[in-house]
Ligand binder design. Structure first.
Ligand code: ADP
Ligand code: ZN
Ligand code: ZN
Length: 762
């Protein structure tokens, strides 16, 4: 028999897979997808995943053997290995980095393995109590008779018999000790006495950490005619296309359509991955799905601890339909779970920015990656949104994706009425009460008097600084890009985030000539304080990153609003997604300006999406809601489009801009981030790389430039942006970039620098 070799993926900062020989004693055991431990470098042991077994003798001086193999069966399946390879190629990162992002770290030994494979995952065990042997009914009766002087013991036995329904001849069922003690109101000593008598015994059994849905399942709700048509149309698309886009207005019943599609897949024995942005994965939506699909529904988000993640991993891999998960409701990272038979991937709120991971590597986009994953499984992908990303809509319009529209809200409730409130005018006429316009205060007053609820939205980037003329609202923009300039406090200059253009702050407004330009920005905490002064009797809640640090506070704040224990909820992006409140009729968007003025080529698209989504919370059940948008620029094109909920108009305007300024979907972007602790060294390295790339890519290179935050934790940062035409081969461009980056790594003194490549960095 020829010697066999195993290629292994290791969590080390070295490119490539590593080849080891398979010693004879492991030859029958090793398979692709198992965990193994090897020596790497001089002394250190590492654990990784075997990704290939072959008999090709590697071109190495010294071939080491595998030290140990941890699994009899693969823990990572073939499709996952293929998927990791794709991610690492497309997003230009190491397979080890993809492995780290995928496999819960508790499945590997603590840090670097020093002793053989000892995974950190420990199943949770609990004590159960059961009958010591098969007693007959007569025996039990006589035992109980003899216990007249020990009524507590008799009661405990009776509780056990009641819970398990035991009769002679039936199976002996273990009962949780804690439950038995609670039911019989006994102390643990009673069980000990019964054990001594040989009537009961205790065992330790493995129990899951995950919550199990045990309630009665409910049948699906019947789809409305429009929803039925959408459901059929999506299935029709899937006959010809791999991907369909469901463009449905807020509250049109997209979720209801998903539920029917999920049901079909589960009936066929397929698994479904239903992805949501982290902040949209609320108790509300989990319950809504569990209600129909019960215990086969698993949930995956970043707040699970590592031990819980291992249990979820195992249940996704589990092919047994009774114990395995068939439906996973998960966030971005759920694309890495070990699906065994995926039939459908649903990406809800597909336009959401949180699907992209920016740091650390792999810098992947979960929607785009999920499409690839689905392809590997022969599964279909459904993207859903009330305001799709320009890229996805572009793909739909160009015929790559099927498109299905749902234009009416369920129950034909009208989309909310949009009222634009002019803050500049209100300031001038001295009608503003702190940050609130008369229009907003009126609407809030009315809602409170009718005992209805209100949401006030303030952008998370409320403090993002920019310069504005308080007289006419003029904001300095870049001369080369369709973006506003950001005020950099540290250097007191205005900078373009995209091309690096910088300028001094003008001494007077370039539009109306008045002096004294202002800097802008305000946050949720301040709004809460002010609202309490204006409406002293209202109960006010606040939801932002500060109030939702603990695991349950997020759900608690939502629950309080749901139960109408709060009247006004103030929040950031967190309150914009998916929530469904019966009694919510008024939504206030406090400052549309700082959304629209964010220095990003997607600022307009994103503000439209966010405003559409926030307003989508209003008036979902009984009557039309109202949305008050406060802005100093009521004539802004995006605001005008919002007034009519005109997505198509927004799409048209945006695609024209993107074409003019050459942004996605008309080109591809790759960003290189360079960091160094010394500014001068960073500058010289950035210039070397910039020049090298420019000699290959010419005008496609923008920068090097300082990003908005030019120094983080002592690291100075510079970025280089590469725009590659859609028609040009991307793989070739990537190879050239990789070469240039590797070349830079060999420069003298490069050890102190960090380089990160971000593909599709938006
Ligand atoms: P979307 O996902 O498009 O925002 P949802 O699916 O959340 O919309 O539906 C909005 C509201 O209408 C929810 O309260 C939902 O329960 C209700 N609804 C939608 N479709 C139906 C239906 N077919 N039967 C009963 N209620 C429905
Ligand atoms: Zn610019
Ligand atoms: Zn002015």
């Amino acid at each position: 028999m020829p010697t066999l070799f195993a290629d292994i993926i290791l969590p080390v900062a070295v490119k490539g897979r590593f080849t080891y020989s398979i010693p004879e004693n492991l030859a029958g055991i090793v398979s692709q997808g198992v965990r193994a431990t090897v020596q790497f470098g001089n002394k250190r042991l590492y654990s990784g995943i075997i990704c290939r077994i072959h008999d090709k003798i590697p071109d190495l001086k010294n071939i080491r053997p595998l030290m140990e193999v941890a699994d009899p069966e693969p823990v990572v399946n073939d499709i996952q290995l293929k998927f990791w390879e794709w991610i690492s190629e497309y997003y230009m990162c190491l397979e080890g980095e993809v492995m780290n992002a995928s496999v819960p770290s508790a499945m590997f030994p603590e840090g670097v393995a020093s002793s053989p494979m000892q995974e950190k995952y420990k199943p949770r065990e609990e004590t159960f109590v059961l009958l010591a042997r098969n007693f007959s009914d007569e025996e039990l009766n006589s035992l109980l008779d003899k216990m007249k002087n020990a009524p507590k013991q008799a009661e405990l036995i009776n509780s056990y018999l009641y819970i398990t329904g035991y009769t002679s001849g039936s199976d002996i069922t273990p009962v949780r000790k804690s439950l038995l003690l609670k039911e019989s109101c006994s102390a643990p000593g009673i069980i000990t006495s019964l054990e001594k008598k040989g009537i009961l015994r205790s065992v330790s059994l493995e129990v899951g950490r995950l919550k199990q849905f045990d309630d009665q399942k409910e049948p699906l709700r019947e789809l409305s005619d429009l929803q039925k048509a959408a459901f059929e149309s999506i299935k029709k698309h899937f006959e010809e296309k791999e991907i369909a886009l469901l463009h449905g207005v807020t509250s049109s019943g997209k979720t209801e359509v998903y539920i029917h599609l999920i049901e079909e897949q589960l009936k066929k024995g397929k698994q479904v991955l239903y992805m949501l942005p982290e902040i949209a994965l609320t108790a509300q939506i989990i319950l809504r799905l569990q209600k129909h699909f019960g215990a086969v529904t698993g949930v995956y988000h970043s707040r699970f601890n590592d031990q819980e993640k291992v249990e979820i991993w195992k249940r996704v891999a589990d092919k047994n339909p009774d114990t395995g998960y068939r439906l996973i409701l998960g966030v971005r990272s759920s694309v890495f779970l070990p699906f065994n038979n995926l039939g459908l991937v649903i990406v809800d709120e597909e336009h959401d920015g949180s699907y992209k991971q920016h740091d650390p590597a792999p810098r992947y986009h979960a929607r785009d990656s999920a499409i690839i994953l689905a392809g590997f499984h022969g599964a279909k992908t459904l993207l859903g949104s009330a305001s799709p990303s320009i890229e996805s809509y572009f793909n739909a319009v160009s015929g790559k994706y099927g498109i299905t529209e749902l234009k009416e809200r369920y129950g034909f409730i009208k989309l909310p009425e949009i009222i634009v409130a002019n803050t500049r005018e209100a300031y001038r006429k001295k009608l503003m009460v702190s940050h609130f316009t008369p229009e907003l205060l009126n609407a809030m007053d009315g809602a409170l008097s009718r005992n209805e609820q209100i949401i006030l939205f303030q952008n998370r980037r409320g403090f993002s600084p920019y310069i504005e003329c308080p007289e006419c609202g003029w904001i300095p923009v870049c001369t080369q890009c369709a973006v506003n300039l950001t005020w950099h406090k540290s250097i007191n200059r205005m900078v373009c985030h995209y091309c690096g253009y910088t300028a001094a702050i003008p001494s007077k407004c370039e539009s109306c000539g008045s002096p004294g330009l202002a800097t802008r920005g305000f946050g949720t905490q301040k709004i809460e304080d002010e609202i309490k002064i204006v409406f002293p009797d209202a109960r006010v809640g606040r939801m932002d990153q500060d109030t939702t640090r603990s695991r349950n506070s997020f759900n608690r704040i939502i629950k309080a609003f749901e139960d109408h224990q709060t009247d006004i909820l103030i929040g950031t992006q967190m309150i914009s997604k998916g929530l469904d409140f019966e009694n919510l009729t008024v939504v206030g968007i406090l400052n549309a300006d700082n959304l629209l003025n964010y220095p990003d080529f997607r600022a307009h698209e994103r503000s439209f999406q966010l405003m559409e989504q926030v307003s989508g919370r209003a008036g979902r059940r009984k009557k039309q809601g109202r949305v008050i948008i406060q802005t100093s620029d009521p004539a802004n094109k995006i605001i005008r489009l919002m007034l009519r909920h005109d997505y198509a108009g927004m799409y048209k305007m945006q695609t024209q801009d993107r074409m003019t300024f050459n942004y996605p979907p008309f080109c591809r972007m790759i960003r290189i981030n360079l960091k160094h602790k010394e500014r001068a060294v960073l500058n010289s390295f950035a210039d070397i790389l910039g020049n090298d790339l420019r000699s290959m890519f010419g005008k496609r290179i923008l920068g090097p430039e300082y990003p908005v935050i030019s120094r983080i934790q002592l690291w100075y940062i510079k970025t280089i942006l590469i725009k590659v035409e859609k028609e040009k081969p991307l793989a070739k461009a990537k190879a050239m970039i990789m070469d240039a980056v590797e070349k830079l790594g060999k420069e003298k003194g490069a050890g102190g620098s960090r380089i990160a490549i971000d593909v599709d960095p938006y």
